[in-house]
Ligand binder design. Sequence first.
Ligand code: XIL
Length: 302
Amino acid sequence: ATTLGASAAAKGRYFGTAVAAGHLGESAYASTLDTEFNMVTPENEMKWDAVEGTRNSFSFGSADQIVSHAQGKGMRVRGHTLVWHSQLPGWAGGLGADDLRSAMNNHITKVMDHYKGKIYAWDVVNEAYQDGSSGARRSSPFQDKLGSGYIEEAFRTARTADPGAKLCYNDYNTDGQNAKSNAVYAMVKDFKQRGVPIDCVGFQSHFNSNSPVPGDYQANLQRFADLGVDIQITELDIEGSGSAQAASYTKVVNACLAVSRCAGLTVWGVTDTYSWRSSGTPLLFDGDYRKKPAYTAVLAAL
Ligand code: XIL
């Protein structure tokens, strides 16, 4: 096949990208999106601060724009993200424990209900673990006020809200085997053993020279898959250029294809110009929407 989405589909996978609603009106952006990708993740528009800036008052306008664009083009949507310490409005972070618990469950329920039947998978909880060697939870309003059980509670609430959506835990620096990924692994194993609803683990896969594609990337994905969850590469971008960048992208695609439960890959943006790494060139299309060597390598590997 001649596009990322069609080639991935031929291998039983999807190929997605993060999308910003504000760029959908740009013809080169939209045509690249519509031609190449078959899964979409709103880059910011479904985050807590975007949809519930005021308690229990929801604004879905920008996220709806992305979802209806995707649906019109036959692309699926990943929901990102319900419970995260970042891009969390001040009112939520300032609540006491009982209020925060009900606000969290209300947020999950209302957002998932609005998109019921339209979302392939939700990142229910994002980035709950610390970096480094401790394997500990990250301090956050949820962790600090509700305790470690908040993740389980969020997943149970999410399953009730939309039983048709896959429920993912998503994080970064969990791409290889290390203390952080070991801690996530232990949580997922525990959830599967106790019947806490979880269907997928998202590996953000933001790579650069300090944090290259780990040598044990595929082995790490496989050990999670062996727990009985799907694997999703959720926010892939790789700093660099030329053949070195292309080779790193090839490794990631090959790892996903080698793990039968790896459902698909999402890159974190359509074009280098709009990458969240504004000084870098981590994506598959350059600022003029030309296909980079990394694009060619990904298409060849799929
Ligand atoms: C980033 C967006 O790309 C930026 O536009 C925004 O300013 C900050 O968030 N991990 C995640 C994503 O789960 O939501 C983040 O997205 C990148 C890191």
